[in-house]
Design a protein around this ligand. Structure first.
Ligand code: SP5
Ligand code: ZN
Length: 345
């Protein structure tokens, strides 16, 4: 089984994040995550870790607007040029206190643009954020290309993650939506299903394909009445227009354990069986683990193995995309536990 990664993820390493109550804490989505995963993969001979290939940015523009791509590419440099003193003291850009979400014209001003594109405090933009995000998208495209070329399963060790990023927005540690980019590349002449098992609702992925009947999207997550992203991921959001009925949210209460979780997975898998996609994209987050500092679910390492077995049962070509998961001592083992059943096909 081929797993794609890029060392450029290390260029994105925010020093802190700000919770809703203003508290500054260490940034959970850290470079150590990939280091720990790579360390664990060395113990498994079925895992072939490969550097990501480079793809044309037009692949990313199937999902994101050109203006958003250019914003991420240039905003940090624009800031350094316009505010050299500020940028020597601080190393990251945060969303503006001038939210610009209710206008049609894209603001030219740096602060206006930050208000327009950055949706929350958990997506700071550093000098290396664009390069890291581009490399993360290239991991996803590499895995998608591998499966297009005939592999049954391929894995993208994406960092930063992607599923909270919308058509023109970054939020929740996410800048480019890696799973959506992989799916859009696969969906050019095939039906694709995206199943998201991260603890948080995949609001970015949901928004990107909300009007599509070519890409079925399903997300199992903590109830957004209680957990991030708070304003999307509710059960009554089921798609619009041609896409009506092609999105499903399965919110679960805080504290959900393996049994209830696997029941929800069965519902998700029956939607996929009915849809009969050529490809499955699995947005695999591990913040559902019992020890995760951001989650409350009670899944254990064995639960991921059961999830992997049930996904194998779909007998569908699968691209696995890493999303969240912040309990570092178990992240590698949990990923391996999910992948092991898939490595046997
Ligand atoms: C990819 C991914 O997993 N993104 C998650 C982003 C969540 N960021 C907001 C976290 C808000 C936490 N609220 C405070 C809980 C303190 N116990
Ligand atoms: Zn998450």
């Amino acid at each position: 089984m081929d797993l794609y990664f890029s060392n450029e993820h290390k260029l994105h390493d925010p020093s802190f994040e700000i919770f809703e109550n203003g508290q500054h804490i260490n940034y959970f989505e850290s470079p150590n995550r990939i280091d720990r995963v790579l360390e664990e993969l060395k113990n498994h001979s079925w895992a072939t870790v490969l550097p990501a290939l480079t793809f044309d940015p037009s692949e990313i523009l199937r999902v994101h607007t050109a203006e958003y791509f250019t914003f991420l590419q240039t905003i940090y440099g624009r800031w350094v040029d316009s505010s050299p003193n500020e940028s020597k003291i601080f190393n990251a850009l945060y969303p503006s206190a001038h939210p610009a979400n209710f206008i049609n014209k894209i603001p030219e001003n740096i602060n206006g643009a930050l208000g327009y594109y950055v949706k929350d405090l958990s997506a700071p933009i550093l000098e290396g954020t664009f390069a890291a995000s581009l490399s993360s998208a290239n991991c996803a495209l590499s895995a998608a290309a591998n499966v297009k070329d005939g592999a049954l399963v391929a894995v993208a060790l994406c960092r930063p993650p992607g599923h909270h990023s919308g058509i023109r927005s970054c939020a929740g540690y996410c800048y480019f939506n890696n799973a959506a980019i992989a799916a859009a590349s696969l969906a050019q002449n095939a039906k694709v299903a995206i199943l998201d098992i991260d603890y948080h609702a995949s609001n970015g992925t949901q928004a990107i394909f909300y009007g599509s009947d070519q890409v079925l999207t399903i997300s199992i997550h903590a109830d957004p009445h209680q957990e991030y992203p708070y304003y999307a991921g509710f059960a009554n959001e089921t798609g619009a227009g041609a896409g009506l009925g092609f999105h499903h949210n399965i919110p679960l209460p805080q504290g959900t354990g393996p049994k209830e979780y696997l029941n929800a997975l069965s519902s998700a898998l029956s939607y996929i069986e009915e849809f009969k996609p050529t490809y499955l994209v699995l947005s695999a987050g591990f913040d559902t683990y019992k020890e995760d500092p951001l989650g409350s679910f009670k899944l254990d390492t064995g639960t991921y193995n059961e999830i992997g077995k049930r996904i194998r049962g779909l007998k569908t070509k699968t691209v696995v995309i890493l999303e969240g998961g912040y309990y570092l001592p178990a992240l590698g083992k949990n990923l391996v536990s999910l992948l092991e059943p898939l490595s046997e096909i």
